[in-house]
Design a protein around this ligand. Structure first.
Ligand code: F6P
Length: 343
């Protein structure tokens, strides 16, 4: 008698990003073609597990989605281990465990960022067979060098800043652009450096408004026609919510320079993934299927030094991977005269 065919579920949770479909395809195709598994998609993150809302996936459904942005499964920010507004189920983990069993699942792949990996770890502790995959444009998942979605968002942010240069030059303005990244500065630092930002403010480095104003006035004195200020959404702004608007207002007031702000927003999460993200997502997905085949659970697939492997979810949960204030890239930017907010 042959081994029982494994049935696996895939879900995407948290904010979406380009490359989720490439990951689903990578998991699904490897699971079906290489290991002969049965694959179902769970709709709308962990909500689908509460509602037993599943989509059977076969090879033809997994074709043609590699380049597609968003997630064919849908996503949500529903947290199974937290009571949230509008919840009608009192014991969500219990219902998830029951539905996992009733659906006949042997394993569950959780594609998501920090919050999702935390939930994945708790579900693993509850006895479910879990493999996590790190996704987010923020690139802040602990335990891996890179998350898929980041490269695409970086491309989008870089192109947006490139475009600001020309209009800034025409009008001799200071252009402030706010990019996403939650509490991490990866996207702002990388896009800022890639697109030649003159000031880059990230949450990991405290900034001084006088230093920012001086840097911009100094550029103006040197007859530099315009300046680009890249701001991470997560920098400290007192009680003000919108980091870009806050910084632009302060610059205007402190320098008298004509200043405009742009908030890039959800454009950073939309559209087709870059080739780099497609490959990363495919590697992650395929490796997750391999982990399930080998019955390795309670792990998140990860890339370290371009080598794919896995890290225990227990180690990942509750941590953030932030920009190291003394890292090589930070130092290089400083040595080239980029103002990172310090005096
Ligand atoms: O985590 C991805 C991200 O886009 C962050 O950069 C941003 O802070 C957040 O999600 C926005 O969340 P929401 O989609 O809930 O508005």
């Amino acid at each position: 008698m042959g081994e029982k065919k494994k049935k696996i579920g895939i879900l995407s949770a948290g904010g979406d990003c380009p490359g989720i479909n490439a990951t689903i395809r990578g998991i699904g195709k490897t699971a079906i073609v290489e290991y002969g598994m049965e694959v179902v998609g769970i709709a709308n993150g962990f909500t689908g597990l509460l509602e037993k809302d599943v989509i059977p996936l076969n090879e033809s459904l997994l074709s043609g989605i590699l380049t597609l942005g968003g997630t064919i499964l849908g996503t949500s920010r529903m947290k199974p281990f937290k009571q949230q507004e509008g919840d009608i189920v009192s014991d969500k983990p219990q219902l998830i465990k029951q539905n996992y069993k009733e659906l006949g699942l042997d394993a569950l792949v959780c594609i998501g960022g920090n919050g999702t990996q935390k939930t994945a770890n708790l579900l693993h502790r509850e006895g479910l067979n879990i493999v996590g995959i790190p996704k987010t444009i923020d690139n802040d998942v602990w335990g891996t060098d890179v998350t898929f979605g980041f490269d695409t968002a970086l491309n989008i942010a870089t192109e947006a800043i490139d475009r600001l240069h020309t209009t800034a030059n025409s009008h001799k303005r200071v252009m402030v652009i706010e990019v996403m990244g939650h509490n991490a500065g990866w996207l702002a630092l990388y896009s800022g450096i890639a697109a030649g930002g003159d000031v880059i403010l990230i949450p990991e480095l405290d900034y001084d408004l006088d230093a920012v104003a001086n840097c911009l006035l100094e550029r103006s004195r040197k007859k530099k026609p315009y300046s680009i200020v890249v701001v991470a959404e997560g920098i400290k702004t007192g009680k003000k919510k919108n980091a870009g608007a806050y910084i632009a207002k302060k610059i205007r007031k402190m320098t008298g320079l004509e200043t405009r702000e742009t908030v890039l927003g959800y454009i950073q999460r939309g559209g087709s993934p870059t080739p780099g993200d497609r490959i990363l997502a495919t590697r992650y997905g395929s490796y997750a299927a391999q982990m399930i085949h080998q019955d390795v659970y309670g792990v998140m697939v990860a890339i370290n030094g371009n080598k794919i492997g896995s890290v225990p979810l227990e180690e990942v949960a509750g941590k953030l991977r932030l920009v190291e204030p003394t890292s090589g890239l930070v130092n290089k930017a400083l040595r080239m005269g980029v103002c990172l907010g310090g005096k």
